[in-house]
Design a protein around this ligand. Structure first.
Ligand SMILES: [Zn+2]
Length: 317
């Protein structure tokens, strides 16, 4: 029986691996992220046009999927900048499962023609973002480093950009697909990826090169064959789709990792941002009631910072 957490409407990431035909050695690692529940909450707060919401949902699914490859605790960010209707697209996820996202777009204009999501296609990057770039950032704190990779937006979908970045940064064969869809007020959004396990370190010493190549070719072909309606089917359990797709490669599924709609903003962070501003900038922000009201772009929480703070800062300048 389908539950809200079952299919791509859910909120979880399933790690899995695929083996060859002869034994259980992991030759391919995979991830299947389903972020429908948090995506629905986030998109409901933002009330984006349908096409923008769909692009944002895909971005959040991809960020969730890729975040699980971080080696240490940290934040994974997907940011795209374009010269089209959508100016900035941002989705990030922490290693403990806090997902968020926001989009800046040309609110004064109608969405571009042909981006209506009634057509069963992934959101079109050229139509919505135009030309620009996507930046993928892994921030694992000061000790473990921050890495950023940038790719041009020259593909049709966000998945194309993610696949290009992942292949570049990891130097191993990888492929990712993503899709989002809406039924009534509920969004489904999911991303699935497969990646060849590197043969270094002797881990795959007992597996022939031919068998490893065969497993990769098959896994990539099978992932490319997944239909969008399978990825966004709210009633299809993630395990069921993994086994349906990759049955020939003997899938092994690991315990699910949680994903939730949780912002990382706080009053302290708001104050920290304000403290970096000049007295003139701060003076412009003081409202008639004498407070500075700051709305988080991600979660839409508005905080009114007390006048003593503003006055103190103003006098400090
Ligand atoms: Zn927030």
């Amino acid at each position: 029986m389908a539950s809200i957490d079952a299919g791509s409407a859910g909120a979880q990431i399933l790690p899995f691996y695929l083996a060859g035909e002869t034994d259980d050695t992991a030759l391919i690692r995979g991830r299947f992220a389903s972020v429908g529940v948090p995506a629905t909450r986030i998109l409901t707060r933002h009330a984006y046009p349908e096409a923008v919401a769909s692009l944002q949902a895909e971005a959040m699914a991809i960020a969730a999927c890729l975040s699980t490859f971080m080696k240490f605790d940290g934040v994974f960010t997907l940011q795209a900048k374009g010269d089209g209707y959508v100016k900035t697209l941002l989705a990030d996820m922490t290693s403990d499962g806090a997902l968020r996202g926001y989009t800046a777009f040309d609110a004064g204009a109608p969405p571009p023609v042909g981006t209506d999501m009634a057509e069963s296609l992934p959101a079109s990057v050229p139509a919505l973002l135009g030309s620009g770039y996507a930046a993928f950032t892994v921030d694992q704190g000061s000790e473990n480093g921050r890495y950023q990779g940038i790719v041009e937006l020259d593909g049709e979908t966000l998945s194309d950009a993610a696949t290009a970045w992942f292949a570049n940064s990891e130097q191993v064969d990888s492929h990712i697909v993503a899709a989002a869809g809406r039924t009534g007020d509920s969004w489904t959004a999911s991303a699935m990826m497969v990646q060849r396990v590197a043969a270094d370190g002797g881990r795959l010493a007992g597996v022939s090169r031919e068998a490893r190549d065969d497993a990769w070719t098959t896994a990539e072909m099978l992932l490319r064959s997944v239909r969008r309606d399978e990825l966004v089917d709210p009633a299809l359990a993630p395990e069921a789709l993994i086994f349906r797709l990759f049955n020939a490669l003997r899938p092994h599924v690991a315990p699910a990792q949680p994903v939730e709609d949780r912002c990382r903003c706080s009053p302290d962070r708001v104050v920290a941002v304000l403290e970096r501003m000049s007295a003139a900038e701060l003076a412009d922000l003081v409202t008639e009631s004498g407070t500075i009201d700051v709305t988080c772009e991600f979660c839409k929480t508005t905080r009114s910072i007390d006048p003593p703070f503003a006055n103190a800062t103003l006098t400090r300048q």
